[in-house]
Design a protein around this ligand. Structure first.
Ligand SMILES: Nc1nc2c(ncn2[C@@H]2O[C@H](COP(=O)(O)OP(=O)(O)OP(=O)(O)O)[C@@H](O)[C@H]2O)c(=O)[nH]1
Ligand SMILES: [Mg+2]
Length: 382
């Protein structure tokens, strides 16, 4: 096949119900906005047992399409990205876009919004959406405040899933990643964002409206995803402290295409279930909490029957966990999961009567607090 300019990659695992719409919108965007650039749409699949492949191949598009089952033996989203990057680089693609296969709100215009900055010299665009106040619990409570407070980049959706990037960044990530680790799974998004900001790539955010996808209830089982994302992030934080500790000012990463507030996807959360899981987790994790947390932090949470974890206490918990991560990463993750459920429960209590926009401000304030308290962590790990 001849050289291409744009590669749009779609990772999938059993997404037969939703992938056709994503492919149609991608094709529409490419035809409408980049009719003169040769493009390829790649579906990188993890061995779906539904009809994802058949559905993908049946969509009629003007853009050429390619279905692959990725090669890396570790099953996960990151392994799907690895093949997407390799195929794009091999075919000479200059501009890459990746979008999730469970998206309902993607439109052709997303392709324009995500590729245009790359044409103008940007290396990496992260998405910026209006989301329900309780959608994105790993993002809101961990990835955003850490990216803001430690990596000093105000990037609201560091693991948003829908990204665009230059070939030079794809090449950089490809070499840097450990494809046997959680980077091959859901750790991929935070790996991409952290490494882009820590290594001087030019980053922007692109506002895409609301993210409508198969959103998961945070009280449901997010444990594997939590381990993969948070484990990857804490590893990067610990290994790179010489890099981020030098940063002293938060880089206010520009949001392109910003519009007013857009009504986000509705989401039901089950606070009672979070409470129940916190209590269950507490009885099983008390020993680990004691080992991982500072005396002061443990003194507070060890006493709690009903969690009341505000942003201040939460920043201490997260920093204690990061400081202990190198020693025993599994123990830290196990200890943190019920505490994170407790923080989610507390956040629901704090914001139950707030609009999505008001709750959004609390998340931004929490990011600022992580920045303000970063010396607490630095004193522990230096
Ligand atoms: N190839 C492949 N793709 C995967 C795998 N797991 C997830 N994906 C894809 O990665 C994308 C994101 O996965 P989702 O399960 O929607 O996760 P998410 O939207 O990031 O997370 P939530 O906010 O918790 O819903 C989707 O396009 C999935 O099909 C996998 O094991 N293999
Ligand atoms: Mg999703």
């Amino acid at each position: 096949m001849s050289e291409i300019e744009i590669l749009v990659g779609i990772p999938s695992y059993n997404n037969a119900d939703t992938i056709a719409f994503v492919v149609e919108q991608v094709d529409k965007g490419l035809r409408e906005f980049f009719p003169n650039k040769k493009a390829l749409i790649v579906n990188s699949d993890g061995g779906s047992t539904d009809k994802t492949k058949e559905v993908f191949e049946a969509v009629e598009t003007e853009t050429e399409k390619l279905f692959v089952t990725y090669k890396n033996p570790v099953p996960g989203k990151g392994s799907a990205f690895k093949d997407i990057w390799e195929i794009g680089l091999e075919k000479g693609a200059k501009y890459f876009v990746v979008v999730d296969s469970d998206l309902r709100s993607i439109r052709g215009g997303w392709i324009k919004k995500m590729i245009t900055p790359l044409v103008n010299g940007v290396d990496y665009c992260t998405p910026n959406y209006s989301r329900h106040k309780y959608d994105g619990t790993i993002t809101n409570q961990i990835c955003f405040p850490t990216t803001y407070g430690l990596f000093c980049h105000n990037i609201r959706q560091p693991i948003g899933g829908d990204f665009s990037f230059s070939a030079r960044l794809a090449e950089f990530w490809l070499k840097k990643a450990d494809w046997q680790s959680n980077v091959a799974k859901f750790g991929i998004d935070i790996f991409m964002t952290s490494n882009a900001v820590l290594n001087g790539f030019k980053v922007k955010q692109v506002f895409l409206g609301s993210k409508v996808h198969d959103a998961k209830d945070p009280s449901a089982n997010l444990k594997p995803m939590f381990e993969q994302v948070v484990g990857t992030l804490f590893g990067i934080v610990s290994e790179n402290h010489e890099k981020w500790e030098k940063l002293t000012k938060v880089n206010d990463v520009e949001v392109l295409e910003k519009e007013g507030f857009v009504e986000p996807q509705e989401l039901e959360v089950n606070a009672e279930k979070m409470l129940e899981n916190f209590k269950l987790g507490k009885s099983g994790q008390l020993e680990n909490w004691k080992a991982v947390l500072s005396e002061e932090t443990f003194g507070k949470v060890g006493e709690m029957d009903v969690p009341a974890i505000d942003s201040e206490l939460w920043s201490q918990i997260v920093f204690d966990c990061i400081a202990s991560f190198k020693e025993d990463s599994d123990r830290v993750i196990d200890a943190l999961i019920p505490l994170w459920l407790g923080r989610n429960y507390s956040f629901v209590q704090e914001t139950i009567n707030m609009s999505n926009e008001e709750a959004e401000n609390k998340i931004i304030e929490q990011g600022k607090l992580f920045f303000k308290n970063r010396s607490y962590l630095l004193e522990k790990i230096r």
